[in-house]
Ligand binder design. Structure first.
Ligand SMILES: Nc1ncnc2c1ncn2[C@@H]1O[C@H](COP(=O)(O)OP(=O)(O)OP(=O)(O)O)[C@@H](O)[C@H]1O
Length: 678
């Protein structure tokens, strides 16, 4: 054994080594088995595979804690046995010398992902660039025996590790429970791998991380644990079912920083340890890898209810996979079918039996890991689940990590592209946006082609609103006589424009990304007043009638279109402000809702001109009446037609004074006239 270790050291010394953390891509691995039987018999002679007996649950002996140093972003060096091996060297000690020599000469050795050794077959190494046959000589029992002798005891999920490292060794056994195959994965702590979702982590909400095997979930939550424990001084407890997050051995790997780690004696007891963590160790954050059973999902929900931030992973590709998984459904709130009454179904325009979310989800938000450099964020998991159950497209933010985040050699280009296309293929319903931008946003699960829908010029303009009441917008359109020109819709993929309040845009800047993805103009209303709404309607229609259709060059919609009141540039006098407020109140409280004309108080001609501008911004007509010294404006509940604005005293009718609510200017008195015939 000593000869092998020395040889491995020599081989690696001959490489041009850099101390940086390795960046490799993933390949799939078989999922963790959950066998109820935790005792796996050791293989009998005459073909024994020697395994050192390590009772992981006995009190450790007086051996001193290993000196393992971890420098974020610079990889790990463990001073195991005083030999100063780095973790890749430790890993390579698993394979027999002849294979190690071959591997050491491979130019991608520092990006090695896995070594696969199956009895009677050629050994394979998995690299980001693909699989590579290490040696033509077939794997024999001695090779397997050698590898097994280097690792700890296999637990009931057939996994083991190497002390003081993050490597994962998984066994395949024959029917007699002898080990006949090994998948040895290189584990690494990668500093910066959680930068993509730093804001979510720091936000304190519970995060569900979803991804297929090998995509980097464990690596991500390991870094999250370190980030919260070391940078935010949080009390973090990791429930480490297969010792994958904190590594093998009783002293956790330095890659988890100051986070504490609880080992799990048996995978079937994971849920118990999760609850134990909350009850005994006063955590502020619990990190848990692979939530896979109903009991674990229930334990997760208990933890979340106790106000602890939960960061957990689950196998899947999208939120939909979790919704469809009966064991994990409760993580997203659960699903129930509801039968609606005839009237309700007609009102909602849905079938009678619909699916609804049962309760609040365990997690605040969810992150779908697409690849090591891209993820999709569902900020409001609740809303995402509701949208999916209602057959709508959930809002998803697509984030790409920039290479500066990850302090290491970069992932080979080829691998990035391949992985993206694999995932795009898997989800043939989902558009994958491969923008170069650091942060882009899409609406996920869009049916292919629907995004491309363009609108016939004669059809109404379809507007998607954010924090603007549909009823308000439609009322304004109705008053303007444009109710057939505007349609408020709730599927953004089909929209022609977005109308949002500026407060909403500030709170949720990702809306801009959604708009950009769909090439939609965003009209932003500063204040939710009817005047601004009227102006917005006019501008939306104007843009539409000028021939704008989405999917045109993005240039035209790169910036928000801000709707502001046509306020005079100079500072208005108090009297002018009073006069304009009088107009606003008259229009918004009487002319529009009541359909009645209002005669305003007499004003000087300059102020009347200002009032007239404001009336026109509401698309309403007005008449000027009275003498020159006593002129006043009458606002008509008719659509603006320049000819209507004229000076006439003859049309004044009987007046009826009323008091309007005011904002600051007490008791503005306006006069009201009955509707005049055209
Ligand atoms: N950001 C990253 N950059 C480069 N390599 C990474 C990154 N994240 C993970 N890896 C590598 O990819 C491999 C798989 O990672 P990891 O074990 O975290 O995946 P996983 O999603 O947890 O897999 P599984 O579901 O099978 O447990 C490991 O070898 C790891 O070192």
């Amino acid at each position: 054994m000593e000869t092998l270790s020395f040889a491995s050291f020599c081989c690696l010394n001959s490489l041009n080594r850099t101390p940086s953390t390795l960046l490799v891509s993933s390949s799939s691995s078989f999922p963790r088995s959950r066998k109820p039987n935790s005792s796996i018999p050791t293989p009998p002679s005459p073909q024994p595979i020697r395994r050192p007996h390590v009772d992981r649950w006995s009190i450790p002996g007086p051996t001193s804690a290993p000196a393992v140093s971890y420098v974020p972003g610079r990889g790990q060096r463990s001073n195991v046995g005083g030999r100063g091996l780095d973790e890749l060297e430790l890993f390579l000690e698993l394979v027999p010398l002849r294979m190690r020599r071959e591997l050491a000469q491979h130019e991608e050795v520092r990006s090695l992902i896995e070594v696969v050794m199956d009895l009677g077959r050629k050994p394979i190494a998995r690299f980001p660039s693909g699989d590579w046959i290490i040696s033509q000589k077939l794997v024999d029992l001695l090779d397997l025996e050698h590898a097994v002798s280097k690792v700890g005891e296999f637990s009931d999920d057939n996994r083991s590790g190497i002390n003081h490292s993050l490597h994962r060794i998984s066994a395949i056994r024959n029917r007699k429970m002898h080990i006949i195959g090994l998948t040895c994965r290189v584990g690494r702590a990668i500093s910066g791998s959680a930068e993509m979702i730093r804001d979510l982590v720091e936000g304190g909400g519970s995060i569900l991380v979803i991804g297929p095997p090998g995509v980097g979930k464990t690596t991500l939550i390991r870094e999250i644990a370190r980030m919260l424990a070391d940078e935010h001084l949080k009390r973090v407890v990791i429930v480490d079912t297969s010792n994958e997050i904190g590594g093998d051995g009783d002293v956790p790997h330095s890659g988890i920083g100051r986070a504490r780690r609880m080992q799990v004696p048996n995978v079937d007891l994971q849920h118990n340890v999760m609850i134990e963590a909350v009850e005994n160790h006063m955590p502020e954050v619990i990190i848990i890898d692979e939530i896979g059973t109903e009991l674990e999902a229930m334990a997760a929900s208990t933890i979340a209810q106790r106000g602890v931030q939960l960061v957990g992973t689950a196998h899947g590709v999208t939120i939909e996979s979790i919704i469809k998984n009966p064991c994990l459904q409760s993580l997203v709130g659960g699903v129930e079918s509801v039968t609606l009454g005839d009237d309700e179904a007609r009102k909602r325009k849905v079938q009678k039996t619909i699916l609804e979310r049962k309760g609040p989800p365990t997690f605040t938000c969810a992150v779908e890991i697409v690849s090591k450099t891209q993820c999709r964020v569902h900020h409001k998991l609740e809303a995402t689940v509701d949208a999916i159950l209602a057959g709508k497209s959930p809002l998803v933010e697509v984030r790409n990590s920039s290479s500066k985040d990850i302090d290491s050699s970069s992932l080979p280009e080829k691998y990035k592209k391949e992985e993206l296309s694999i995932i795009a293929e898997k989800e043939n319903n989902t558009e994958i946006h491969t923008s170069e931008d650091e942060s882009d946003y899409i609406v996920g699960n869009t049916k292919k082609g629907s995004r491309k829908a363009t609108v016939a010029r004669s059809s109404p303009v379809r507007v998607y609103t954010y924090k603007i009441l549909e009823v308000d917008l439609l009322q304004v359109a109705q008053v303007m006589g444009l109710e057939t020109d505007i349609d408020v819709i709730d599927d953004i993929a089909l929209a022609d424009a977005i109308l949002a309040s500026s407060s909403e845009m500030k709170l949720n800047p990702w809306i801009r990304g959604v708009a950009k993805y769909y090439k939609l103009p965003v009209f932003v209303i500063k204040e939710n007043t009817m005047a601004q709404m009227v102006k917005a309607v006019r501008m939306i229609l104007k843009m539409h009638s000028s021939g704008y259709v989405k999917n045109e060059s993005l240039n035209s919609v790169e910036r928000d279109i801000e709707i502001e009141d046509d306020a005079p540039k100079r500072k208005p006098s108090l009297e002018e402000m009073d006069a304009l407020e009088e107009v606003r109140l008259a229009i918004e409280y009487i002319v529009i809702p009541g359909g009645e004309p209002v005669e305003l108080l007499p004003r000087c001609s300059e102020i009347i001109a200002r009032q007239l501008e404001l009336v026109e911004s509401y698309q309403l007509a007005a008449e000027k009446s009275g003498t020159e010294l006593n002129s006043r404006l009458q606002i008509l509940p008719q659509k603006l037609n320049k000819r209507t604005v004229k000076c006439t005293a003859s049309r004044r009718s009987k007046q009826q004074g009323i008091n309007l609510p005011t904002s600051g200017n007490a008791g503005v008195s306006v006069s009201r006239l009955p509707l005049l015939p055209e």
